[in-house]
Ligand binder design. Structure first.
Ligand code: GLA
Length: 377
C-alpha cells in the first residue's frame, strides 16, 4: 500500500511495551473514536512487539498470539478495531527474533504475511533486530513486501531499520510505505531534537508513496511509560509535534490515548498543523535561513492551494532575540506586488499580512508556525 499522505495512528510501544492486552487494545480503540482522534485522521491502531508466544506453533510453524494477553486470538481484536472504523496494525521483524526476543519472520515471510492477512491486518511494522549477518537487508524488506502482496490483502509495510545500510538508497524499491530512519526515540527534548536534526538532509527523499518515519511521537507521554526519560514541557511537545507536521512525518501517537490530557488532545488534533502534515502535494520543506548549526532554522514548505507553511525554530538552549527573514528569500520579492497573509498555526488566529519580511524572538526550545496565503499586497 502506497500512502498518499503521511500515515497517522497510534502504536503501543512508547507507553506500553510488553504490557499490551486484548482489553487495553479495545479500550484504546474506543478512546481513539470517542476523543475524536479517528475523526482527526489517526486511523491505524498498531500493536508493536511482545504480542506473541515466545515460540512458534510446533505443528503449523505459525507465530501464535500470547494466550494470556490475547485470549480471544488476534482476529477478534482486529475485528473489534475494524468495527470502530479503525485500521489494524501488527509488528514483526526481518531477523530471526524480534527486538524483544519473540519469534520473527526471517525465512517465514510468506507464512507470516498470510497469518497477518488472516488477522485482518492493514499495516505491518517490520523491525531489523537479529538479522543473520549473511542476509541482505534490502532483500529481506523486498521479500516481506512481496509476501504481503501475495497474501492478497492490502497491507502497508512500515519498515524499521533505523536508517542503517543506506536505507534511503533502496527503501523505495522494497515497496515500503514508510521507513524509520533513526534509532529509538525517548520522552525528552534532546531525543526528539537530535532525531529531527539527523534527518534534515534526508526529508527531500520523503514524499507520497514512501514517507520518512522519524519514530512514534512522545507528545503527551509526560514522562510515563516504556520510553519515559526526562519528559518534556508543553512548549517542547508543541515543537516536536510541529516539526513532525512540517516535515510530513508519519504521526503515530505514543502516549496512552485512553488518558490523553486536554492540552495534548488539542495539539494533536490541531487542524492547521494537520493540514500542513497531510498536504496532498507532499513536498519537502526547504531551509530559508540557517542558524546555530540548524538549531535556529527557518523553514518554508509550499503547500497546495496557493499556500505556504513557514516555521521558525529555536532548538538551542538560549532565547533567540530576533529571527527574521525576507520574503525575497522564498521567492516573493517586493517587486512581485505579492505578500503573505499569515495565520498562526497554533491558534488559528490571523497574524497580519507581511510584504517585505517578518520575524520574532523565540524562547529556548520553542517554535512558531504559520500558514501563509499568497495575496496582493
Ligand atoms: C525496536 C524499534 C522500536 C520498537 C522495539 C520493539 O527498538 O526501533 O520502535 O518496535 O524495537 O522491541
Amino acid at each position: 500500500m502506497f500512502p498518499k499522505k503521511p500515515p497517522m495512528g497510534f502504536n503501543t510501544w512508547n507507553t506500553f511495551a510488553e504490557n499490551i492486552s486484548d482489553e487495553m487494545i479495545r479500550q484504546t480503540a474506543d478512546a481513539m473514536v470517542e476523543k475524536g482522534l479517528l475523526a482527526a485522521g489517526y486511523e491505524y491502531l498498531v500493536i508493536d512487539d511482545c504480542w506473541s508466544e515466545r515460540q512458534r506453533d510446533p505443528v503449523t510453524d505459525k507465530i501464535i498470539p500470547d494466550h494470556n494477553k490475547f485470549p480471544n486470538g488476534m482476529k477478534a481484536v482486529s475485528d473489534y478495531v475494524h468495527s470502530k472504523g479503525l485500521k489494524f496494525g501488527m509488528y514483526s521483524c526481518a531477523g530471526v527474533r524480534t527486538c524483544a526476543d519473540y519469534p520473527a519472520s526471517y525465512d517465514h515471510e510468506f507464512l507470516d504475511a498470510r497469518t497477518f492477512a488472516e488477522y485482518g491486518a492493514d499495516f505491518l511494522k517490520y523491525d531489523y533486530c537479529y538479522k543473520p549477518h549473511q542476509a541482505d537487508g534490502p532483500t529481506l524488506y523486498r521479500r516481506i513486501s512481496m509476501a504481503l502482496k501475495a497474501s492478497g490483502r492490502d497491507i502497508l509495510l512500515s519498515a524499521c531499520n533505523w536508517g542503517c545500510d543506506n536505507v534511503h538508497d533502496w527503501i523505495r524499491s522494497t515497496g515500503a510505505g514508510m521507513f524509520r530512519s533513526t534509532g529509538d526515540i525517548n520522552d525528552s527534548f534532546v531525543s526528539f531534537r537530535d532525531i529531527f536534526l539527523s534527518q534534515i538532509e534526508n526529508f527531500k527523499l520523503s514524499g507520497p508513496g514512501c514517507f520518512n518515519d522519524i519514530d512514534m511521537l512522545t507528545v503527551g507521554m509526560r514522562n510515563r511509560g516504556n520510553v519515559a526519560a526526562s519528559g518534556c514541557t508543553d512548549v517542547e511537545y508543541r515543537t516536536e509535534f510541529a516539526l513532525w507536521c512540517m516535515f510530513a512525518a508519519p504521526l503515530m501517537l505514543g502516549c496512552d490515548v485512553r488518558n490523553i490530557d486536554d492540552v495534548t488532545l488539542k495539539l494533536v488534533t490541531n487542524p492547521y498543523l494537520l493540514r500542513i502534515n497531510q498536504d496532498e502535494e507532499g513536498r519537502p520543506p526547504f531551509i530559508v535561513r540557517e542558524g546555530h548549526e540548524n538549531k535556529r532554522n527557518i523553514y518554508a514548505r509550499v503547500l497546495s492551494e496557493n499556500e505556504l507553511a513557514i516555521m521558525f525554530t529555536n532548538l538551542t538552549d538560549d532565547r533567540a532575540g530576533q529571527i527574521w527573514f525576507a520574503l525575497d528569500e522564498i521567492g516573493i520579492p517586493v517587486s512581485s506586488g505579492k505578500g503573505l497573509a499569515l495565520t498562526n498555526a497554533f491558534t488559528g488566529e490571523p497574524a497580519g499580512t507581511v510584504r517585505e519580511g517578518f520575524g520574532m524572538p523565540l524562547d529556548a526550545h520553542d517554535c512558531a508556525v504559520f500558514l501563509a496565503k499568497i495575496v496582493d499586497a
